[in-house]
Design a protein around this ligand. Structure first.
Ligand SMILES: *Cc1c(COP(=O)(O)O)cnc(C)c1O
Length: 359
């Protein structure tokens, strides 16, 4: 069976060595030495000044919204995982969906100004599939209108923009280190900011607001992650460069096949280094997508419809007009892509797509 993704696992002996250390220390969670080590290594690897390791990427979004005191309307993308929209609503804000760019499938920055009202306080955009948004334009719009910017960078481990980690942009960027993501710690996430004061605020928030055993600096929640998760993160980071290099080869193999298929993939944003996190393809029609799915499923291959349905169609949001997203979302499929997928398997998947197309 070939799934859309498969979590990387390091050699079990290496994980066992860390587990033994945890047993010896009997320190399981609450900002332990492995959590600290992972944070340090991530900062070095990504060349960023500040980050906090959290228990998932959804709480990262919620803490970011809370820490920036975002209220009222939030401009966001309809083409993302549900956590982007649900976090906005969970924090009592109203999502206002702006349409996507038909080439990158990221939020269309040029359509943002028309959606700004007196109630707008922030833009929360996703770097979809790990491919950066038009950060330069979004930054300029935010500055002009006094809006905060949060990037849902859940897919972005390893992505760069203008030579820097993409996590370094926006007031806050959030990451997910969930098992299905390119870099993972089983469950996990992070917030990134360049603002030291903001980081401190979020550090309190991560731990119930505790400032000592009996003092509370701020309202907080439990967003801590454990030593067991941090150990997985430390190990996976060691293997990340080789996983990333292999990704590029796999991605290019898929790309070679595109000339034989009536499919297109996303345009990579200029001035960025893409992390090859996903290989999305856009079919000419939804029927063509369904035929392809049927063909692949018949051979135990399970791609996923990331992201369908689009978030502006959720029962608990107000309707917005997003014709580009409405037209593209039903035609997008993410093909399998993970560390151990062979080029032969990629060829097999693409031959099946060719067969489905010619049927
Ligand atoms: C995975 C994902 C999240 C949520 O991350 P978790 O760690 O699973 O909570 C948020 N946004 C996007 C775009 C995602 O893909």
């Amino acid at each position: 069976m070939i799934n859309v993704t498969k979590p990387f696992l390091p050699p079990i002996e290496e994980y066992q060595a860390y587990i033994r250390q945890i047993w010896e220390r009997n320190w399981l969670t609450n900002n332990g030495p492995l959590v600290n080590e992972l944070e340090l290594r991530l900062k070095e690897y990504l060349k960023v000044d500040h980050l906090l390791y959290l228990n998932n990427g959804t709480i990262a979004l919620q803490i970011a919204i809370k820490a920036l005191r975002i209220k009222g309307e939030v401009i966001t993308t309809p083409f993302s995982y549900i956590a982007t929209t649900s976090s906005i609503i969970w924090e009592n804000c109203r999502p206002v969906f702006v349409d996507i760019d038909p080439e990158t499938l990221n939020i269309d920055a040029s359509a943002i100004p028309a959606a700004i009202t007196a109630e707008t306080s922030a833009i929360i955009a996703t770097h979809t599939y790990g491919n950066p948004c038009d950060i330069t334009s979004i930054q300029a719009i935010a500055q002009e209108h006094g809006l905060k910017v949060i990037y849902d960078a859940a897919h972005c481990f390893g992505t760069k923009y203008q030579g820097r980690s993409v996590y370094d942009f926006g007031d806050i960027s959030t990451a997910s280190f969930h098992a299905t993501k390119l870099f993972h710690s089983i469950e996990g996430g992070a917030v990134f900011t360049r603002d030291g004061q903001l980081l401190k605020k979020m550090a309190y928030m991560r731990n119930f607001g505790h400032n000592g055993p009996m003092d509370f600096a701020d309202i907080g929640i439990n967003a801590k992650n454990s030593e067991f998760h941090a150990a997985m993160g430390i190990l996976n980071l060691r293997y990340f460069d080789s996983i990333a290099e292999n990704r590029r080869i796999q991605y290019e193999r898929y790309l070679d096949w595109m000339k034989y298929l009536k499919l297109r993939t996303i345009r990579i944003t200029p001035d960025s280094e893409f992390n090859f996190a996903y290989f999305p393809v856009i079919f000419e029609t939804e029927t063509a997508l369904e035929k392809a799915m049927e063909m692949l499923n018949g051979h135990w291959i399970y791609p996923r419809r990331y992201f369908y349905p689009s978030l502006n169609t959720l029962k608990f949001v107000e309707a917005c007009k997003t014709p580009v997203c409405d037209a593209i979302s039903p035609r997008v499929l993410c093909l399998p892509l993970y560390h151990s997928l062979s080029v032969e398997e990629i060829d097999f998947i693409c031959r099946l797509l060719l067969r489905a197309q010619n049927n």
